[in-house]
Design a protein around this ligand. Structure first.
Ligand code: ATP
Ligand code: MG
Length: 648
């Protein structure tokens, strides 16, 4: 087993942090003993037109799943993110924008963001967008993306952000699913020095049957590249928006009115369009952002996610802006123009808090420590990880190389469905163990169940569920409440089922072991994917690994491993033997690999997560029915793996 190193909370960090050990324990206890009292108090952190008096009304009964928070309160999310900062910090930077080209960057103040939001909100009204209408955003990582989200919120329209890397078909599906009248896009986006034809993709999407609902396309001019134009349907953003009044009254929304729809990443199947509402979501996004990143006034905070994912929603836009933070938005990719870019951005903008994903860390790590030589990164104070379990080896590298062994790492476990972070260290309160998301956030009550639904106590492995509601929770799947109930509330009665497997150790720390769907059963032993993968990543020749089960005559399931080698390492049979021994020694003979296949690349979602369900099909040689592959980042990776399966 990978040894369990502990990084105790540093005294200097605890002394200045929002939450120290004692506060964490006291507040956590209050949050579960008296959720009404705790959340009534926390609700005051955002601005309300009418403060809520009814705090919690939630039922997980599968016959009547009904989740409401702050249900008699009224508010507008854009007011908490913009208007209330004008007096105290109108001239402070709200968004630092860093372009794909290292020469491009700009600062947008809270006042400018307010003005731009109001202008777009007025433009949306002119186009006939009303409260409750769904607006689809298919945009580059430019400030207009945040403006568009906030402008929708301002007039009570519901935004549905579709990641700009998605294909026309995936976009069309999402336009149809949400009955969306308007798409906001750009002519092109720029990533890694290449243009991505966003507007062409929208044009193609709108030829698909069922997209007739969409009446207009509003186009930001980002590059000035060549595009087709459909008169009457297409409108230039600047033509329509720049002439609008710079004030727009904020629509009074009920706390339970929808704020946005967002699709999951599609790692395990067809993506689900989750419905998030206004009051609970905003309270939760703002509270978690402040405490988990220990955000202090004036600090520069950078989340590298795309606004197309929930991480971008909660931790680039809503959480930071509600807190009056300086949030950095990066248009490009961490490998352009060189692999040193991330560190260079940290130095250039004096970033204090960095929040990124294991996939990005592993990609940098494969290039060796020198990739960070072009930067100092000495402004960094806290770092975060999200999206997948972070292998302890990658954690250590992140800590030592990127963070100069100075920054606590918050490994944040959460989901599109949860709206905000659920299990994570707090930098001043919780000792760190590399690879563990550690302990629950306020109001979050995790439990581990066996497959019959019995709650397991103590240090055990089980299915991760949450036993009571929290304000950031999704309320439904858009247009399909039945699927919502089926997916999350019918497997284990009375609990929210996360779909993740998890181990709790003797200190009560939580370790996500992988998706329940991906759990291996080898000769009757159940094993998560994360532990075996982490063992492999700890070998210096391995950059990335993915483990799946495949049918095996004797063991029931055998262990099939896909390995991506570190830069410059040559594949060989010797190395296969060495890796096999390595895993046997590290975890035990039961985890002994049956097959190792070299994989120049792994199939990933567009948010960078390994899609094991596809690898499982390849391992089982069932390559005819790969299922929904619309969320694959690079389909050619799959062809390559299928082709090379034979001569493994
Ligand atoms: P789909 O639900 O469509 O299969 P998805 O689950 O990948 O896609 P997201 O909501 O983006 O979509 O991802 C949430 C999942 O990501 C979690 O359920 C968990 O499996 C994984 N995850 C996120 N953060 C962490 C983390 N810090 N540690 C371990 N796993 C994580
Ligand atoms: Mg999921």
């Amino acid at each position: 087993m990978t040894d369990q190193k502990v990084y105790p909370v540093r005294d200097d960090i605890a002394a200045n942090a929002w939450i120290d050990r004692d506060k964490y324990q006291a507040l956590y206890k209050q949050s579960v003993d008296d959720p009404e009292g705790f959340w009534a108090e926390q609700a005051k952190r955002i601005d309300w037109f009418k403060a809520p008096t009814k705090i919690k009304h939630t039922s997980y009964d599968p016959h009547n799943v009904d989740i409401r928070w702050f249900e008699d309160g009224t508010l507008n999310a854009s007011v908490s993110c913009l208007d209330r900062h004008l007096e105290t910090r109108g001239d402070q930077t709200a968004i630092i924008w860093e372009g794909d080209d290292p020469k491009d960057s700009k600062h947008v103040s809270y006042r400018e963001l307010y003005t731009k939001t109001c202008q777009l909100a007025n433009a949306l009204k002119e186009l006939g967008v009303r409260k409750g209408d769904v607006v689809t955003l298919y945009m580059p990582m430019i400030p207009e993306a945040a403006v568009a989200m906030l402008a929708c919120a301002r007039i009570g329209a519901v935004h549905s952000v579709v990641f700009g890397g998605f294909s026309p078909d995936a976009l069309a599906q999402r336009i149809i699913g949400a009955d969306s009248k308007l798409v906001i896009t750009a002519d092109e986006s720029v990533r890694g020095g290449k243009q991505v034809p966003l507007k062409d993709n929208v044009d193609a999407a709108l030829t698909r049957k069922g997209t007739e609902v969409c009446e207009n396309v509003l186009v930001v001019k980002r590059t000035g590249g060549e595009i087709e134009w459909r008169e009457g349907r297409d409108l230039w953003y600047h033509d329509l928006v720049d002439k609008q009044a710079t004030d727009c009254p904020a629509e009074e929304m009920n706390a339970e009115d929808p704020l946005f729809i967002l699709y999951t990443s599609g790692s395990t199947g067809a993506p689900k369009g989750l419905k998030h509402t206004t009051g609970g979501y905003l309270v939760y996004a703002s509270l978690t952002h402040q405490y988990i990143f220990d955000y202090q006034d004036g600090e520069v905070y950078w989340c590298t996610a795309d606004v197309g994912w929930v991480t971008g929603h909660s931790y680039i836009v809503y959480g930071p802006l509600a807190n009056g933070a300086v949030t950095l938005m990066f248009e490009g990719v961490p490998s352009y123009p060189t692999h040193g870019r991330m560190g260079e951005i940290v130095d250039k903008h004096k970033v204090n808090i960095l929040y990124t994903a294991p996939t990005a860390i592993r990609a940098l790590m494969a290039h060796g420590d020198d990739v960070m030589n072009s930067s100092k990164r000495d402004t960094l104070r806290v770092m975060g990880s999200v999206g997948e379990p972070i292998n302890p080896e990658a954690w250590e590298w992140y800590y030592r190389v990127i963070g100069n062994s100075q920054c606590p790492i918050v490994d944040t476990w959460w989901q599109t469905e949860t709206g905000g972070i659920m299990i994570s260290p707090l930098p001043g309160a919780i000792d760190l163990k590399p690879g563990s998301a550690t302990l629950p956030f306020f109001g979050v009550q995790p439990a581990l169940l066996d497959s019959e639904g019995n709650e397991l106590k103590g240090a055990v492995d089980g299915n991760l569920v949450i036993s009571d509601s929290w304000p950031g929770q999704a309320r439904s799947i858009w247009g399909d409440h039945e699927r919502f109930v089926q997916t999350y509330f019918s497997t284990y009665k009375g609990y929210y089922f996360t779909g993740d497997g998890c181990r709790r150790d003797e200190d009560g720390y939580y370790w996500i072991t992988g998706r329940v769907d991906d759990v291996l059963n080898v000769s009757g032993h159940r094993m998560g994917t994360a532990e075996i993968e982490s063992s492999l990543v700890a070998h210096e020749a391995v950059a990335e690994a993915a483990v799946v089960g495949f049918p095996h005559d004797i063991k029931g399931q055998g262990i099939y491993i896909y390995v991506t080698l570190t830069d410059g390492v040559e594949p060989s049979d010797e190395l296969k033997k060495e890796l096999t021994q390595w895993v046997r020694k590290d975890i035990g003979p039961i985890a002994s690999p049956d097959v190792i296949q070299w994989a120049p690349g792994l199939p990933k979602t567009r948010s960078g997560k390994i899609m094991r369900r596809i690898l499982r099909k390849i391992a089982a040689n069932e390559t005819d029915g790969l299922g929904d592959t619309s969320t694959l980042a690079d389909p050619s990776v799959v062809d390559d793996l299928i082709e090379n399966r034979a001569n493994r």
